[in-house]
Design a protein around this ligand. Structure first.
Ligand code: FPP
Length: 224
């Protein structure tokens, strides 16, 4: 049975779910947040120590202003309502990506990280304004600036995910089989699962099914 330390998820399909059920993409994001909460609980139940969620990409700025504003409000509300509870449950929140949001949201993100920084049951990496290519370029620039050698180890050590294991499992929901500039360096040997369900429809049972499938895979890491 494979150990499972880190699950990363591309939570795709909120917009299409919203249009299908309510004629509003934003309502899809609202429904997606319920799935986030369910999946956090399942992650804890299954004693998985790291969960990385792709919530806003560097490319998502191209969306209509109203949708971006709604997503930020949703995030703000989520943090305000849930951070005390996350903290009580020994959950550490880390933002991966560039924190250049409206001042109020930036402050809240930093405060939430600070509050939970010593927690250790589960680390949730929330990818916000995150783009993998940019992350890699920035890592190489930092190494150059500090006259350090360009090696795999040194590059890994400059990524947002330094100090944590690479994802064992990457899940993408939403009927789309692509990686969308997410953790390209870190998923070199991840087991990838695509789900045809939109993120709001993704259930605990779907998650468990993937975990069980993953546990039985023969992972070679290039060997035979
Ligand atoms: C992708 O679906 C999803 C997003 C860009 C946002 C993800 C946000 C949430 C799940 C809710 C908020 C989460 C937190 C942690 C506060 P899409 O909009 O690209 O869907 P589509 O492909 O159907 O258009």
């Amino acid at each position: 049975m494979n150990p499972l330390n880190h699950v990363a998820i591309i939570m795709d399909g909120n917009g299409r779910w919203g249009l299908k059920h309510t004629n509003s993409r934003n309502k899809g994001h609202r429904a997606g947040l319920n799935t986030v909460e369910k999946i956090i609980k399942t992650t804890i139940k299954n004693q998985i120590p790291y969960l990385t969620l792709f919530a806003f990409s560097t490319e998502n700025w191209k969306r209509p202003r109203s949708e971006i504003k709604y997503l930020f409000k949703l995030l703000e509300k989520f943090l305000k309502n849930k951070i005390t509870n996350l903290n009580k449950n020994d959950i550490k929140l880390k933002i991966i990506g560039e924190k250049n949001f409206p001042l109020k949201l930036n402050k809240l993100l930093k405060k939430s990280e600070l509050l939970t920084k010593n927690n250790s049951k589960l680390q949730i990496n929330l990818a916000l304004n995150y783009g993998s290519k940019k992350e890699i370029v920035n890592a190489i620039r930092t190494l150059n600036k500090n006259n350090k050698k360009i090696t795999e180890r040194n590059i890994s050590g400059e990524l947002y995910t330094k100090h944590i294991p690479d994802p064992d499992v990457l899940i993408r929901t939403g009927k789309t089989n692509r990686l969308s500039n997410f953790l390209l360096w870190q998923i070199s040997y991840s087991e990838i699962f695509f789900s045809n369900k939109f993120w709001p429809d993704f259930t605990e049972a779907d998650f468990i099914k993937i975990i069980n499938k993953y546990r039985k895979i023969k992972r070679n890491f290039g060997e035979i």
